[in-house]
Each structure stands twice: as C-alpha cells, then as structure tokens.
Design a protein around this ligand. Structure first.
Ligand code: ATP
Ligand code: MG
Length: 788
C-alpha cells in the first residue's frame, strides 16, 4: 500500500479507495472527512485519473489551497496544479468566463461584491422614487439573493402571484420591479453579482445541453466538502454535472449545518441517497481532533436536537481538561479574562498566539476582545471583518482597473468618474444616467459620443468628462500590452489617487498608501505566478476575479503570529489548540432572532456544536452578566447551551473580578484563595424549576432563574452573605430580607436605600436611591444586590 494511505484508519481508507460511483460520507466533526477527500484525490490521480478531470468544491478557497498543497506533497506539484479546486463561486466564475458569451455576457465581465450590489440597489430605489425606509437596501439585497439562490428568475417571479403577494404584504409591492431593474442593469453593465455566479451557471447548464455535456465529460470525478451547507442552486449544479458519470463523492455532517439562514438546505445531505442509484454510505466515528472531554461535551449538547441523524463520535485522544466555564460581570471583564488567560496559558505551556482562537456569534463582540488583547500586547487578527479588498482605497484602485477592463461596469464608473475630484458633480452624473437609459447605451458609450448626443451639460463640464474618457481610454490601450502589475502601478500614479489618499498627511493617509502598496505587491505576485504557468493573458481579468471573491480568510499570508478572532460561521472546518467561545448568553447565543421556531433554535445549537468542536486541547465558554448592546447596558443570563452540557465535562471557574469586588467569595468558602478554579464537584449548575403561573396574574415571562448554585452541605452557603452567586439571581431577596428602608449594595452603583418595592414573583422590582447614580428601578432577579 502507498505510504500516504497508511495515514488513514480503516474506516477512512475504505471511502478513500472506493474509486467509482456515487458515495456519501456522513460523519461528525474532526473525524477526517476533509482528510479523506484530500487523500482520495491523490489516490484517484495515482490510479491514472487526469487531474483535469477532477473537480473538488470546498467551503473556502483557503481550504482548497491547503488541500492542493497536501496533494502536491503526495503526487507532485506539477500535476496538482491542474486540479479544478475551489469554492463554488470561484470555480464557476472561471467557467462563466469561458462560456458566459452564450448568455450574452462578455468574457471580461466583472463581479459585483456585496457593496457594489447594494449601492446599485440603493440607486435604483432612489431613481424609482421609493421610500428608502421601507425599501431598505440590505433587506432588498437579501430578498433578491434568496430568489436567486432558489432559482426564481425575474420571469419566474412575475409568473408567481404568491411571491408578488408576499412582497405586497410586506409593504414592498415594487419588489419585482426593483428585481427586474437590478438584473437588467447588471446585465447591461456586463456584471454578475455573487449569486449570479451560481444562477447563471445553472442557466448555462440547463439552456445549453452541449455546454453541459462538455463539462460533464470534463468533470468525471466530483468531490464536495461540507455538503450539508450547499444551497439549492449549488445542489442543482452538482447534480447536473455528475449526472453522466455519477462519480460523485460528498462529505458532510448534518450536525454542522449552519447556513440555513442563507438558503443552505440540510435535506440535500439527507436526500443524497435518493438522488443517485447505488449510493455507498460511509461513516467515520473516530475523532482525531479533540480531547475526550471536548468530544463528550459536544456530543451531550447536540443530543438536544430532535432533527438529526444518529451518529457516533468517539476519540482515543487524551481525557484533557474539562470545558471551562467563566462568568464575568461585564463584557469588558470578559475580554480581560480571555486576554489574561491567553497570556498566562501561553507562558506556562510555551504556546504560540496562533494556538488560540476566540469565536463569537456576532462581529460586534470583537471590540471588547480587541481592547483587552491590545492592552496585553497580544497580536491578534480579526477574520471576516472588512476584507482587505473591500477597504475604500483598495476599491478605488480596483474600480479603475475594472473600468479599464469592462467600461460598461456602472458601479466602477460611478465610483471613479469624480474621484479624485475633477469637478464632475452628481447632477451631471444623474443626467448621464438618464440619457444612457434613454439611448439604451452604457454611460461610457455615452461619454465616448458626448458631442453626438442630446444632453444638457455645459461646455466646461463636457471638457472634464472628455478628459476623463481620454484618461480611461489611454489605460485601455496600455492594457493591451502591459501586464496587470505595470498597468496598476501606472494607474495609481497617473490618476491622482495616490495624492488624494495622502493629501491630509495623517497616519491614516499613510496607512492608505501602504495598503495600495500591498495591493500592488499582491498583483505582482499574481502576475509572476501566471508567468510560471506561461499564461500571462487576461491576467488583469483573473486578478480582479480573485479580488472579488477573496475573503480575508484567504488572505492569511502567515504574517506575525497572532490570535485568531472570528465568528463561528467562519470557523467551520478549522481547528485550534485552545478555543474561547465568548458571549454565551441568552439572546446573544442563541440569538434573540433565532428563537422563534424549533428549527431556528436547532440551527443555533448546531452552531454551538461547530464552535465547541473546533477545539483540540481546551475549550472555554464565557459569558457576562451585563454587556453593552446597541449602546445600552443590558443584563443577561447564561446561555442554555452551557446548561445543556453534561456537568461531568464542565469545570466552573470562580470569576476573578467578583472575588476582587467581593472578598467573601474566597478562602473562607472554598479554602483556597489562590486557586481560581473551583472544584466542579463543589459548585454545580442545575436547571431551574419551571415558572409558576400565578392565580389571576400573568405568568412570569421568563424563568426566574436559569441555574441555581448548589453547595455541598459542609460548605457555608454563599447566598446569605452575598447575592452575587453563579445563578445571577436573588430569589432570597424576593420575599424576605428586602423591605422599604433596607440598605443595599450594588456592584456598580454602590450603596443605596430601598424606596419602593413592587410587582410579584419573578417581576419584583425595587426603586432604590443609590449614592452613585441616583434613583434606579431594578428588576431584582437581575440586579446584583447585597443587603447591608
Ligand atoms: P470538520 O467536521 O470539522 O470539518 P473533518 O471531519 O473534516 O472535521 P479533518 O479536518 O479532516 O476532520 O480532521 C480533523 C483532524 O484530525 C485534522 O487535524 C486531521 O489531520 C486529523 N486526522 C484525521 N484523520 C487522522 C488519522 N487517521 N490519523 C491522524 N490524524 C488524523
Ligand atoms: Mg472538514
């Protein structure tokens, strides 16, 4: 047997060397699905399958790159280069470049990123005179995106009265018109948005059987990673391409399906066996990534989902540390805890920054983490923020390049026609757009024929417009002979952009220049890579395509050793030594927006499962009792997901901040003031009782408490001395100790006097006059009060 195959266990080997026919591997996290796909490709090549005949679709381009590198070490890099490998979007953008002409697109079509698409929608809404508070660009964008991913074309939309009705009900009766105008404008501009890359591919494969046949013949072996997150459009493409040879291998984990909100359809994986004849099903059960504690904790939480396939995941790895749970008072404290733990763990265990990842539900949570990491001088990088290529200065430069390549590109043109400022005002641009629509021409075509068209623009402005046109045309001439790097360098120097970026001489200006320099370096690398392939043609087009589809995950250039910060969605498929999952609070994770139906909640739980299974050695779950959200300080309760993990895999830490504020929570209770870690057998979380319905009153809206602390009998109870307990509740204060006139102490507001008590049960509120902060009305079940 080849040496590389010995790096697989028996269950992995079987699907790896199953050369032909349809097959599916369903297996839990960390069980080697991606590894099997990688080795399978190497195996196919060793069996004589031509790399040109293998198509492999991955979730990120970074994953594709890593797979390719691994395959290169097995079969040699010369051959591996010829593999078709990448995300759906990048692979099919390439195919559309060859075949788009069938659909009336130029081969140099440009790709609108989300920002371009939204800008165009914004201007359409404005031109149509619609209320932008009702027709919100972002909502319109996601609506159109979901039509496209469900293959609802404009025509299909208008043929479906139900859709029209639904939009009318949502107070957006003009939705269809916007959709139509948007599609027409993209077409006229020779541009495709992200969803078009899939929609147009489907159109191509359906309307042109000869083209379909050609690609079916080319892609004799098709492999898809993360199949559980394919949407309908992607599903149809795979089906069409695999139809002839049926050599299709998909891998996935239903428990990690986390993109339903973007149209991913979990039934694609569940129905695979019905889609092809004689499907072979493989299961992998051994997890190689994580410790026993992590694997068991993850298993125990996903158990709570009703919709799932039965799967076993076990590991022969070490027991490892228990999953640590940490409570903080505020999000700031949470950040400090995470940063100091990274700092200490790194020192004590001689780890790298890159051994740590901080995962969160929403991007906004990164700020508190960043502040704390910066204070500790720990280098970090946020993934999934604005990609490098979406920064303003970079988009300004690439807009010039796009326009050179495709002068019909409306968004690119609008971006640069008066940038750097050359005295062409918005009114002029509006007039040009109206005229262009009237003549059925693009704005650039109009600019080229300005003296021949009837348009009310004064001579001075006309001259400025014609200077601009001449400038772009001179670049186009250069593009015929120069490579992308020389052209880009020339453009940045002669367009006035560089001067504009740094005209204020601020540090931000210098950063902008550095970014442009970085872009030029990137183009240079790209051009050199192409020369190696002896394929310098169309280098600009290909570079721009890479740019449009790049995410900052792909742009990881192995720079300084850093801690990774990202949303859980982005972390899919990745692994890290130590993982912090932060903000584990009700309404944040699970998200308040995803708790309306069981299926939404189950998707949140799968997301949590994905997060937890990223950890190799140690997982930390953290939450704060209060945090700033939308500019307000809000109280929060620990996430139900913590509760759902079996106690035996958890270790509850004593929060350092609370010990600092309240020394009662230390040595006398736990007998060890130095250790931050409380013996988990001494303090445990337990589910709270169900809320009681009061006679004649309203039900307590929420459970009065999620968890309660139980302390073993031989320990003094905490609750008497302080209400700051792990349960974040003050049940003992509800009915007994607290009365009008009581003196209390609050963590943030200091001492105060109770003025009034009102409400019942879980809704008891007290009005308190605090030394710092004046009179406040607090809900007792959340307020962290101590009677003094
Ligand atoms: P996910 O569900 O998160 O995508 P996965 O099933 O794709 O996970 P991989 O990423 O392929 O799992 O593998 C998880 C880790 O285990 C990787 O570090 C991989 O190199 C390692 N691994 C997988 N199989 C083996 C094996 N047979 N021997 C040693 N290490 C292995
Ligand atoms: Mg994987």
């Amino acid at each position: 047997m080849e040496k590389y195959l010995s790096q697989l266990n028996e269950a992995q080997l079987e699907p790896t060397i199953q050369k032909d026919g349809p097959m599916i591997i369903i297996a839990g996290a960390g069980s080697g699905k991606t590894r099997v796909l990688t080795y399978r490709i190497a195996y196919l090549m060793n069996q004589g399958v031509d790399a040109f005949n293998i198509l492999s679709l991955t979730f990120t381009n970074k994953a594709a790159k890593e797979m390719k590198e691994r395959i290169s070490t097995i079969v040699g890099s010369g051959e591996a280069k010829n593999l078709w490998m990448g995300t759906f979007h990048s692979v099919f953008a390439k195919i559309l470049r060859f075949e788009g002409h069938h659909l009336g697109f130029p081969s140099n079509f440009t790709i609108y990123d989300t920002q371009d698409s939204q800008r165009l929608m914004g201007s359409i809404i404005k031109e149509m005179g619609l209320d932008k508070d009702i027709y919100k660009t972002k909502q319109i964008y996601s609506r159109i995106s979901s039509y496209k991913n469900s293959l609802i074309t404009v025509k299909a939309y208008f043929n479906n009265p139900e859709l029209k009705e639904a939009d009318a009900m949502a107070r957006r009766p003009k939705m269809g018109e916007i959709y139509k105008e948007y599609v027409d404008r993209c077409f006229k501009a020779g541009c495709m948005d992200f969803d078009d890359l899939l929609l147009r591919t489907n159109e191509l494969l359906t309307r042109f059987p000869a083209v379909l046949a050609q690609y079916q013949d080319r892609f004799r072996y098709i492999l898809v990673d993360e199949y559980q997150d394919t949407n309908h459009s992607q599903y149809l493409i795979v089906r069409a391409l695999a139809d002839r040879f049926q050599n299709i291998c998909v891998v996935g984990d239903d428990a990690q399906s986390i993109y339903a909100f973007r149209g991913a359809n979990i039934s694609n994986i569940l129905n695979f066996q019905k889609d092809y004849d004689g499907v072979k099903l493989f299961r992998l059960e051994q997890n190689y990534r994580s410790t026993k504690n992590i694997v068991h904790a993850a298993n125990s939480v996903i158990e709570h989902n009703e919709t799932k396939l039965d799967k076993v995941v076990w590991t022969a790895n070490d027991e490892g540390g228990k999953v640590k749970v940490h409570r903080s008072l505020t999000d700031g404290d949470e950040g400090r805890y995470v940063a100091s733990t990274i700092f200490e763990t790194k020192m004590n265990n001689q780890l790298q920054n890159s051994d740590f990842a901080i995962l969160y539900r929403t991007n906004a949570q990164s700020r508190a983490m960043e502040d704390a990491l910066r204070k500790r001088e720990i280098p970090y990088r946020i993934y999934g923020g604005l990609s490098f290529y979406q920064r303003k200065e970079i988009k300004d430069v690439t807009a010039y390049l796009r326009l050179i390549l495709n002068p019909s590109d409306e968004e690119a043109l609008k971006r640069v026609i008066n940038y750097p400022p050359r005295g062409i005002g918005q009114t002029t641009i509006d007039k040009l757009m109206v005229a262009a629509n009237g003549y059925g021409k693009t704005i650039f075509e109009l600019l080229e024929n300005l003296d021949k068209v009837d348009i009310k623009i004064n001579a001075g402005t006309k001259r400025k417009l014609s200077d601009f046109t001449t400038l772009i045309k001179s670049y186009q001439v250069m593009n015929e002979t120069a490579n992308a790097f020389d052209l880009a360098e020339h453009v940045t120097k002669t367009s006035g952009l560089m001067r504009e970026f740094n005209k204020d001489g601020t540090p931000e200006g210098i950063t902008r220049l550095e970014n442009v320099e970085e872009l030029l370096n990137g183009i240079k690398d790209f051009v050199e890579g192409q020369m190696e392939l002896a394929d310098a043609s169309d280098s600009l087009a290909e570079f721009l395509e890479d740019v449009a589809l790049a995410t900052d995950l792909d742009a990881d250039k192995g720079d300084v050793d850093h801690v990774a910060l990202m949303t859980i969605h982005l972390a899919k498929g990745l692994e890290f030594n130590h993982v912090f999952i932060v903000g584990l609070e009700e309404d944040l994770f699970p998200s308040a927006m995803s708790m309306n139906t069981r299926s939404e909640l189950e998707e949140e739980r799968r997301l949590f499962y994905v997060a937890l299974t990223r950890a190799e050695k140690q997982a930390y779950l953290t939450y704060a009792l209060s945090r700033y959200r939308w500019g307000k300080l809000v109280d929060s309760e620990p996430s139900r997901f913590i509760e759902e993990i079996d106690d035996e895999f958890l270790e509850i830490l004593t929060p350092t901040e609370e010990r600092r504020i309240n020394p009662m929570l230390s040595a006398d209770i736990f007998g060890d003031s130095k250790s931050k870690i409380v013996n988990p057998n001494k303090i445990r979380y337990k589910p709270a009782k169900k809320p009681v319905l009061k006679k004649g009153g309203t039900a307590a809206k929420k459970e009065p408490e999620k968890f309660q602390v139980t302390t073993p009998k031989n320990l003094k109870p905490v609750a008497k001395t302080t209400a700051i307990d792990a349960s974040n509740t003050n049940t003992n204060l509800f009915d007994s100790e607290l009365a009008v006139g009581s003196l209390v102490k609050h963590i943030r507001f200091g001492n105060g006097e109770v003025l009034k008590i009102e409400g019942a049960g879980a809704d008891v509120k007290a009005e308190i006059n605090f030394q710092h902060g004046g009179v406040k009305k607090l809900l007792l079940r959340f307020a962290k009060l101590e009677v003094i």
